[in-house]
Design a protein around this ligand. Structure first.
Ligand code: NAD
Ligand code: USQ
Length: 394
């Protein structure tokens, strides 16, 4: 049996936030979404649209209430800017947990120009700090669950299985006389190594969490998530009005989803560089389940931030392309890499903390690819080829 919780989902209109809100509402938790709909506005700015038609936030909530009998609340607030409104809502709602998805999450968008770079920094850093600060100001006993990224660890061959957030470190230094000093073993945050402005904000979030935990004893779980793939979950596919968004454009489309769209459009699968860069992957249904596990099993340990690696499996980009190609027959092309990244490295990651809480990962398989392919085929007429290339270069 689990306790029914009052949960605020910041960013609950987004790709991960919407299915997670439905999943938690379906479990009987009381859900209040806070979102400033900035993701929909960025679509307008970029001239793109989700491949799947998505309803307005109000229609989503009304349909869910009609179909499930469960009410989800919605507050239109920019948490990075409208601190006073955020305070009012938290004071009134008194959440047991806040799930924080509310950040600008595209690495290519964050690297487009000075305006997107500055927006990403100010939005993400202020959103996180305002939420933390509001919990402190109101003296709430709220568990903050944040969506971080595997990218905080950087991408290069480490030679070992990446731990969950922390490493034991011994420092070897030289004093002024040149004598070697070897320190005792310390537990430290794994050294951050961001590969984009977006990833930089996530590494800075991690420091804020460590500080607010140390100084104010806040209860925080940071989920270092891999690349999410898929679109609908069992709940979002109950009715077209509940459909989840599907990004395929060069800024927001993530690699596996893009490969499936490219296949449906009879376009080649665009592998950046050698394609031997390894990434962590997780299905959208698992994203919602893992967050539920983190929220329903709050940390009782306030002496440090709890960090989980949230992934099902790791693959090179090329092996993902080959999987899609063997299933759809699409051609694979290697194109010059628009990003500054290591194109050939291994990645082995522990996800033991979530597994211990009962996470049984959904692995990439043809049936699941088939489900997503049905979506990319059904909405192929909504795809604009001009928007597929990755034009953001760094
Ligand atoms: P998304 O852009 O679809 O959703 C983010 C939501 O947050 C949007 O609805 C947006 O309007 C809202 N938002 C942004 N800034 C806000 C603000 N200042 N105030 C209120 N609302 C705000 O992104 P997503 O794919 O759902 O990702 C959610 C989180 O998960 C992000 O923090 C991202 O870093 C993390 N994540 C995503 C993936 C992935 O593959 N999609 C992988 C790892 C981690
Ligand atoms: N890539 C290709 N071809 C493409 C698109 C991408 O080869 O057409 C490559 C990229 O160069 C990169 C890899 O695929 O090496 C992944 O790119 P991506 O766009 O799928 O994912 P990324 O930019 O890393 O970001 C996404 C989410 C981000 C999240 C991150 C998790 O947008 O919010 O934090 O995945 S992780 O990658 O584990 O850090």
């Amino acid at each position: 049996m689990y306790k029914k919780l009052k949960i605020i989902v910041v960013g609950g209109d987004g790709y991960c936030g919407w299915p997670t809100s439905l999943h938690l509402s379906d479990r009987g938790h009381e859900i209040l979404i806070i979102d400033n709909l900035s993701r929909r506005k960025i679509d307008i700015e970029l001239g793109v649209d989700s491949l799947t038609p998505i309803s307005s936030m109000h229609e989503r909530i009304e349909s869910w209430s009609e179909l499930s009998g469960n009410r989800i609340g919605f507050e239109f607030i920019d948490v990075a800017v409208e601190y006073d409104k955020l305070i009012q809502v938290l004071k009134f709602f008194q959440p047991d947990a806040i799930i924080h998805f509310g950040e600008q999450r595209s690495a290519p968008y964050s690297m487009k120009n000075s305006s997107t770079r500055r927006y990403t920094i100010s939005n993400n850093i202020n959103a996180t700090n305002n939420i933390l600060s509001a919990i402190v100001e109101l003296e709430l006993n709220t568990h903050l669950v944040h969506l971080g990224t595997m990218g905080v660890y950087g991408y290069s061959t480490s030679g070992f299985k990446l731990p969950e957030g922390y490493v034991k470190a011994v420092f070897k230094l030289k004093d002024d006389m040149g004598n070697e000093i070897i320190t005792e073993e310390n537990e430290i945050l794994y050294p951050p190594d961001p590969g984009s402005i977006y990833h930089l904000t996530k590494t800075q979030d991690a420091l804020s969490f460590a500080y607010y935990n140390k100084n104010y004893g806040l209860q925080i779980t940071d989920l270092h998530q891999g690349i999410v793939w898929g679109t609908n979950t069992k709940l979002t596919s109950r009715d077209p009005r509940l459909f989840n968004r599907f990004d395929y454009d060069g800024d927001y489309g993530t690699v596996l989803n893009r490969f499936l769209v490219q296949s449906s459009q009879n376009l080649p699968l665009t592998v950046h560089g050698k394609g031997l860069q390894t990434r962590a992957f997780i299905n959208i249904e698992d994203t919602a389940r893992c967050i539920r596990l983190a929220v329903e099993n709050p940390t009782d340990n306030s002496d440090k931030v709890r960090i989980f690696n949230q992934l099902a499996e790791t693959h090179t980009v090329l092996s993902v392309a080959k999987m899609v190609s063997s299933f759809t027959g699409a051609e694979i092309i290697n194109i010059p890499n628009p990003r500054k990244e290591d194109e050939e490295h291994e990645l082995s990651v522990s996800n033991n903390n979530l597994v211990q809480l009962g996470f049984k990962p959904i692995l990439l398989n043809e049936n699941l690819l088939e489900e997503v392919k049905m979506i990319t085929d059904s909405y192929k007429h909504r795809c604009d080829h001009k928007l597929i290339p990755c034009t953001s270069k760094w």
